[in-house]
Each structure stands twice: as structure tokens, then as C-alpha cells.
Design a protein around this ligand. Sequence first.
Ligand SMILES: [Zn+2]
Length: 320
Amino acid sequence: MVYSHPLYSNTQCTINTIMPYVGIGLHSGRRVTMQLHPAAPNSGIFFVRSDVPAAHAVIPASWKHVVDTRLCTVLGNEHGVTIGTVEHLLAAIRSCGVDNLMIEISADEVPILDGSCAPIVQLIKQAGIVGQRLPRHGIWIEHPIQVRQGERFAILEPSATPRVTVEIDFDSAAIGQQSVSIDLIDNLFETEIAPARTFGFADELEQLRSQGLALGGSMRNAVLVDRDQVKNAEGLRFADEFARHKILDCCGDLALAEAPIFGHLHTYKPGHRLNHALLREMFAHRSAWQKLPYGQIMQRIERAERPQLKVVKSERSALK
Ligand SMILES: [Zn+2]
């Protein structure tokens, strides 16, 4: 592992300078301005809505604040102020090794970017990541934690390397069965997962639009699947981009644990509701994990004899 990467810093990290970003909301279709600000140690990641009174504006990026998981992950505070589609942004922040960050935002929805989180990874790298004085802690999985919702499941198992394995199975021949496993070490998230875009189906898009949703959705910010075909002229960024995007979503949803998780997440047909249920299950079983300072975590990682994947192992069914 590249121990100089901010992911392995023993102390907490934030960004070096304020970074602005302007985009559109996936559902509203409206312009959203966002600014990433450095934040003090122990303040965590939190949103500040600049379009509501200051006393009601703060929403922590925490699993305790999840208020909706139907179309995306939505967070809310005690004043009923919400922020939606947080998962891609949070995946980028956590995977860059940032612990403390204030996200100032002018609407109730994070910009959809290009459907992936690569632009945010670049924004954070441009800002620079700086170490802070206080120690960083991680969640070390000691015993398996699992949830099932029908045929879907998610399991967090002990693993010295943070790993995610996602399996998906769609009726469309453009997607089919895909399975991707990756160790979230070094810059593998940045190169293998961050560029993977969200996707949608043409018939579902029509339905959402008729309800006034997905108004900002287009082939500029999503892969559009029409029955068995990808409609985007540029095609896919990875042959298994769909499964990789699901890993991105899982990383964003698990970032709501408020600390990096050291374990192996194995999930079949994941979704925001399942990911949130897994976090609730984890926090309900206090004996299944330990919160440890990074110094101790790094010692455990170095001692562990582990089969390391290092690179993505991927399988997918052939296109019909
Ligand atoms: Zn997504």
C-alpha cells in the first residue's frame, strides 16, 4: 500500500482551500451552486443549505439523518430541511481520505455532475488534502453483520483490507449479470470506481418525468438503457460500468457511518435502502465492531496475512 496516501493518515484530514462547483440537480433540473470548505477536526462531513435560515441550515452526513432512500439517499435535520442525492459526493469525499468538510449548497439536491463522482475527486485533489492535529478512528469489523430484503442481501465481514464485492443481475442484455470486487486501497477508487456513471432505463425515465422527477437527467449525466441497448453515443467507460457504479453508491452510503469501515462488504443487488439497513444493523450490534485509532488499525493491517486482490476482479455475462 502507498502509506503516504491520505487514506492511511493517522490524523484526521480536511481540504486545503475552498472549492466552488456549479451543476444541475438530477430531479429538479435546476442550477445548484456548491462550495466545499475546510472544516475543523472532529466536525465530520456536514451540509449547510445556503437557501434557508442559518439556524435551520445544518445537516450532518450521518446515517442517523437518513430520511428517504427510494430514488437516492436523502438526509434531513430536525427542522425538516433536507438534502438529496448525497451518495456520489460522499463516496468521493470519504474515498479521498477527507474526514472533516463543510458542503455549502444552494438547493435541496447535490448536483448530478457527470453521473459519476470523478469531478469531485478531481476537485478535492485540486484543493489539496491536509492533515489535522487530532487522531483519526476507523470502524474495524469483528463479526459478520448482515441484512436481507427479499433476494437482496448485504454482508459486512471481517477483512484486513477494506473491500467491496457487488453482484447485480438485470433483465436487460445491456447489463445482465455482473460481479466486481475491489480493494479500496491506494488510488483504486479514483481510477476504477469514481468514473462509473449512474444509469437509468428509458421507460422508467418517462415515468419519473411524468411525476416531475429526473428533470435534469440526460445522457450527459447518466447511462441510458433502452431495453437491451445502451443509448449513449460514447458507449460505456468500463464493460462493467453498471456494477462499478453500484460500488460507488455503496461507498457513498457507507460513508454515512461517520468513520471509514475496515471490512469486506459483499452485496447482491444493492440499493440505498439495503445499505442504510446494513448501517442500522451494524450500529445496533455494538459487539460486532470496534472503533479503533488508525495507529492500531495500520498495525493490524500490516500483521494480517491476507489474500489481497489489489486490482479489480470482474466477471460479466457476454452481451447477447
Ligand atoms: Zn448512484
